[in-house]
Design a protein around this ligand. Structure first.
Ligand code: AMP
Ligand code: MN
Ligand code: MN
Ligand code: MN
Length: 275
């Protein structure tokens, strides 16, 4: 069983890297990538530990990029974690994330919902602030009733807290992943709300930049959607990746490793186990 897209407390997941490994092993996962948003701290914390040796742990990260003003996520897999190309990309992303958090907090303050950096640091101990952490602070302050309404009203696409400026672009991210001996994967291609024409332009740009694979299976998406992306992968000559995008145990989202088999006539992304 293979799962190449998961999150831990190093970004916006609920389980620590050790807890995620334990859950993956209990669920029968044999090959796992921890792909936190814009950080490999979770992966680095556990890669030399005994539980990580009970399965094949692949290096991974989910990179936030901007493409024509739209937020697009790339998964980097199987790169050399110490390579300066990936380290430099992650340093840039970390700075962009910090700047973005400050701008989002300014926006919320302007809208009479002040939250301080100190408030956020009681929610996340790692050096990573994501919109889910800001959403939690908004709930704790009583500004919104739950995390979903925080996204719906203030943090989701097109709202005051949807600040994308500063993320890297697709060519830069793909190059950093590839230069550090990894594989660039387009994450959850079915999540992007865009026309078919735009989506195919995205696929072409991604492929032109050196992107090799797409996530044919992402979480609990229906089998018909898996088949659709399998066809696109075959037609366009992409390798296939698959991942639960596990963040926390939820009845309506995939557990780590809870994935169907890849559709036929696809090549799974090649992993050399750089770790
Ligand atoms: P960020 O990386 O800071 O841009 O935050 C994006 C993350 O927020 C995604 O990876 C999801 O885990 C989470 N997210 C996005 N939309 C929602 C939503 N409506 N409710 C809860 N979490 C969400
Ligand atoms: Mn997330
Ligand atoms: Mn994503
Ligand atoms: Mn993800």
């Amino acid at each position: 069983m293979i799962d190449l897209h998961t999150h831990t407390t190093a970004s916006d997941g609920a389980l620590s890297p050790t807890e995620l490994l334990a859950r993956a092993i209990a669920n029968g996962v044999e090959t796992l990538a921890i792909t936190d948003h814009d950080t490999i701290d979770g992966y680095l914390a556990v890669r030399k530990t005994p539980p990580a040796q009970a399965l094949q742990l692949i290096s991974g990260v989910e990179i936030s990029t901007t493409w024509n003003g739209i937020g697009i996520h790339l998964v980097g897999l199987d790169f050399i974690a110490e390579h300066p190309a990936i380290t430099e990309l992650l340093a840039h992303q970390s700075q962009a994330r910090q700047n973005r958090a400050e701008i989002i907090l300014q926006q919320l303050t302007k809208a009479n919902m002040p939250i301080s950096m100190e408030d956020l640091h009681t929610i996340t101990d790692y050096n990573h602030i994501g919109r889910p952490h800001i959403a939690r602070a908004m709930v704790e302050k009583g500004y919104v009733k739950d995390i979903n309404s925080a996204f719906k009203k203030y943090l989701g696409t097109g709202k005051i807290g949807d600040v994308k400026s500063g993320w890297t672009d697709i060519p830069t991210a793909v190059k950093a992943i590839t230069d550090s001996s990894g594989v660039a994967v387009l994450a959850h291609p079915n999540h992007y709300q865009m026309t078919r024409t735009k989506l195919f332009a995205l696929l072409d740009d991604f492929q032109g930049a050196g992107g090799l694979a797409i996530e044919v299976i992402s979480g609990l998406q229906p089998q018909s959607v898996n088949e659709k992306w399998a066809r696109i992968a075959r037609d366009k000559g992409f390798f296939a990746s698959l991942g639960s995008d596990f963040h926390r145990p939820l009845s309506y989202a995939a557990d780590v490793g809870q994935l169907p088999a890849l559709p036929k006539n696809l090549s799974l992304v090649t992993l050399k186990a750089n770790n």
